[in-house]
Design a binder for this molecule. Sequence first.
Ligand code: ADP
Length: 253
Amino acid sequence: MRAAGLDVGSTTVKIAILEGDEIKTTRVAPTGYDPMGVCNELLEGLSYDRMTVTGYGRHLLSGKIPDCEVVTEIRAVAMGAAWMHPACRTILDIGGQDAKVISLDSRGRLSKFQMNDKCAAGTGRFLDVMAVALGYTLSEFVDAAGTAQTSSKINSMCTVFAESEVISEVARGTPREELSLGIHRSVAERSAAMLRRIPLEDDLLFCGGGARNSCLAALIEEHTEHRVHRLPDPQVVAAVGCARHALKMSSNS
Ligand code: ADP
């Protein structure tokens, strides 16, 4: 039995193929302006018996692929995280356009969650916009923040106002590295505040594309005073969760 999990996100589409307890393939591609086309390209040449889909664009696929089930992102992330890191009790997922915190019980089942999908502050989009405002690629931006000795505080919460604030600070001569660290710190502070509302229990697993950002992970550790676990490919956790769901559905039918 081969199960496929597809996560049609706002920024990237992710696919995972599972055979029993083994991850056979994962693929990631930018969502762009034609998510359906990207899904078809990613699925090309892959064989599977059953599929579950999640993410911002999940409803695009329902009805188009036979036997394709749809689950919420919260459920997909919870299933993927519980399987990939069984000790995890709290999950922080930072994606392109939202941030979520999820609490699991001792049996790995979803118990509580909080989601910020109304405002770009605290999401990957906020960091992506600020990198561009500072004239950096995303990896240069992360490196600059990681090497800064001091941080310049960004006061605006709103992405549009924060971008203007950054541009004004650059014009005033504030070093780009200090601004980079200040911006990362503001996202880490927002994440820590969301985590405090859950409340946070160990192990804390950080996933989603945001977890590929090493500076952000270190700052979240500092602000929460908890060790942050990251998987080698944190972006595919929801896709893997979907594949686990597809496997479960097939064993139930
Ligand atoms: P979605 O599921 O909403 O499409 P993702 O989970 O793919 O979003 O996360 C996208 C975000 O991940 C981007 O906005 C970016 O900030 C961040 N990201 C992706 N790759 C990297 C990387 N190599 N370094 C730092 N941040 C990254």
